[in-house]
Design a binder for this molecule. Structure first.
Ligand SMILES: Cc1cc2nc3c(=O)[nH]c(=O)nc-3n(C[C@H](O)[C@H](O)[C@H](O)COP(=O)(O)O)c2cc1C
Length: 182
C-alpha cells in the first residue's frame, strides 16, 4: 500500500504540516510507503483551459504537476492538507485542484465521470484558526463533492479548528488515521 500527502500550506511547520507528518508517521508504522509534497515549494502553473487533456493523454503544461499525477496514480490514498485562507482552500492547493481537471470527463448532459484509476480514497485535513468546529461544515461538504467529481471514490474529512494551538488530540487522531489506513 502507498499513500501520498499533499500539503497546500505555505507555512513551514504549520498546522497542516504537523498533522500530515503524524499521518505519515502512523502510516509508516503500519508498513505503508509514503510520498509527500509541499505545493508551495513546487513549480506548478494554473490550468491553461486549453482542453488538451480532453483530446490527449496527459497535460500540455510541463511542470512539477507531473510528479503529483504520477504519485496519485501509484497511491491508494491521497491525504491533502487544506489550510483555510479567506474562507476557502489556499491558492496553492486550488492551483493543484484545478489541474485535476485533467481527470474530468463530461457528457452533453453535464454528467461527470473521471479517468482517475478506480478505488482511490482521499482524506482532507482542514485546518483553520476559528474556534468553531462547525463553521466550515458546508464548505467541507462542498469539498467532498468536488474531490469526488475528480475521481476519488471515498472522501473523508478531519477538521482541525483553533489551529494556532495544534491540540495534542489532533496529532494523536492524525497518527491513528495513518496507522489505520490498511
Ligand atoms: C491569509 C490568511 C487567511 C486566513 N483566513 C482564515 C479564515 O478565513 N478563517 C479562519 O478560520 N482562519 C483563517 N486563517 C487562519 C489559518 O486558517 C490558520 O493559520 C491555519 O493554521 C492555516 O493552516 P496552516 O497552519 O497549515 O498554514 C487565515 C490565515 C491567513 C494567513
Amino acid at each position: 500500500m502507498k499513500i501520498t500527502t499533499i500539503n497546500g500550506s505555505p507555512r513551514k511547520n504549520g498546522c497542516s504540516e504537523k498533522l500530515l507528518s503524524k499521518v505519515r508517521e502512523g502510516a509508516r508504522d503500519s508498513g505503508i510507503e509514503t510520498i509527500s509534497f509541499i505545493v508551495n515549494r513546487m513549480n506548478i502553473k494554473g490550468c491553461q483551459a486549453c482542453m488538451f487533456c480532453k483530446q490527449n493523454k496527459g497535460c500540455i503544461v510541463k511542470d512539477d504537476m507531473a510528479e503529483i499525477y504520477m504519485a496519485i496514480d501509484q497511491s491508494d490514498v491521497v491525504v491533502f492538507g487544506v489550510p483555510i485562507y479567506t474562507h476557502e482552500m489556499s491558492a496553492q492547493l486550488k492551483t493543484v485542484f484545478d489541474r485535476f481537471y485533467l481527470y474530468s470527463r463530461m457528457d452533453n448532459d453535464f454528467n461527470f465521470s473521471s479517468t482517475m484509476k478506480k478505488g482511490k480514497k482521499c482524506i482532507l485535513i482542514i485546518s483553520y484558526g476559528n474556534h468553531d468546529k462547525n463553521i466550515y461544515k458546508k464548505y467541507a461538504e462542498s469539498l467532498v463533492t468536488k474531490f469526488k467529481h475528480v475521481g476519488f471514490e471515498e472522501v473523508t474529512v478531519f477538521v482541525a479548528s483553533d489551529s494556532m494551538n495544534v491540540h495534542p488530540e489532533y496529532l494523536e487522531s492524525c497518527y491513528e488515521i495513518g496507522r489505520n489506513l490498511c
